[in-house]
Write a protein that binds this ligand. Structure first.
Ligand code: 5RP
Length: 234
C-alpha cells in the first residue's frame, strides 16, 4: 500500500512547474508529494508557493522547505492542486475527508485551474459510499438536528472521535459525522444538494467535478494516469 501511495504521490509532484502556485492537499499519499516537492526545491531550484489545506500539511511542507502562502495573498487562481481521495468513481466524483480536512480541501480545489488526485488502486470504485462512509462537517451546536436530518436522508451517521474518545475537531473547530449509506450513494449530485441545505452542515466530503487528472499508484509500484476528456472547470 505505501509503495503505491509513494509512487502516485511522487509522480504527481512532477506536474508542478516553476513559478506555480500549488494547492497542497492532506493525507498520507500527499506526504510523498510534499517530500518530492521539497527535493525539487532543494536540488533543482523549483520555485513554487504552496497553499496548504490543513495545519498538518502546513507543518510538513515547512519541514520539507516548501515556501507557503495564504489564500488572502492569492490573486486569481491556484495553478494546480494535488490531493488524495478516499474513493473516486469513473466520473471522477469523489469522497474525501477521511483525514478531516474536507472543508479547506474543497475551498482550495474549487479555486484551482487543475486538480490532480492521487490514490492507490483500491480507491477507484464503481459506487461511491458503498465501502467508505461519507464525512460531513458540522458545527458542534447543531450536532443532534444535523444527525436527524442525515438519518432522514438515509444515512447512518457516526460521530468521529479522537484517540481519547472525545469528538474529533477539524482545523476549523467543527465536528464530523461519518455517514454510512447502505448500498452506496445512488445519486451523488442530489445528495450533495440536500446536504448543503441542512442548517449546521458546513461541508460534505462529496467532491463533484473537482478532479481533472488522476494518478493511480499500483501495487507493484507502477502508475496509471487518467485525464478528464473535458476539463471540470476552466
Ligand atoms: C483528507 C482527505 C485525504 O485526501 C483522504 O482521506 C486520503 O488520505 P490518504 O492519502 O491518507 O489515504 O480527504 O481530508
Amino acid at each position: 500500500m505505501s509503495n503505491s501511495k509513494r509512487a502516485a504521490g511522487r509522480k504527481a509532484a512532477e506536474r508542478v512547474q516553476s513559478g506555480q502556485i500549488v494547492g497542497l492537499g492532506t493525507g498520507s499519499t500527499v506526504f510523498y508529494t510534499l517530500e518530492r516537492l521539497g527535493e525539487r526545491v532543494r536540488d533543482d531550484g523549483l520555485e513554487l508557493r504552496g497553499i496548504p489545506t490543513s495545519t498538518d500539511t502546513e507543518s510538513k511542507a515547512r519541514e520539507f522547505g516548501i515556501p507557503l502562502m495564504t489564500l488572502d495573498e492569492l490573486e486569481g487562481r491556484i495553478d494546480l492542486t494535488i490531493d488524495g481521495a478516499d474513493e473516486i468513481n469513473a466520473d471522477f466524483h469523489m469522497i474525501k475527508g477521511g483525514g478531516g480536512a474536507l472543508l479547506r480541501e474543497k475551498v482550495v480545489a474549487s479555486l484551482s485551474r487543475e486538480v490532480t488526485i492521487i490514490v492507490h488502486a483500491e480507491k477507484v470504485v464503481a459506487d461511491l459510499g458503498a465501502a467508505f462512509p461519507l464525512p460531513v462537517e458540522l458545527v458542534p451546536f447543531a450536532r443532534t438536528p444535523v444527525r436527524r436530518a442525515l438519518q432522514a436522508l438515509g444515512a447512518e451517521p457516526l460521530l468521529r472521535v479522537d484517540q481519547h474518545g472525545n469528538p474529533f475537531l477539524t482545523d476549523n473547530g467543527n465536528e464530523i459525522l461519518d455517514c454510512a449509506f447502505e448500498g452506496g450513494i445512488a445519486d451523488p449530485a442530489a445528495l450533495s444538494l440536500a446536504l448543503a441545505g441542512i442548517p449546521g452542515v458546513v461541508e460534505s466530503g462529496l467532491f463533484l467535478d473537482l478532479c481533472d487528472h488522476l494518478v493511480i499508484g499500483l501495487a507493484d509500484g507502477g502508475i496509471e494516469e487518467r485525464s478528464r476528456a473535458q476539463p471540470a472547470r476552466n
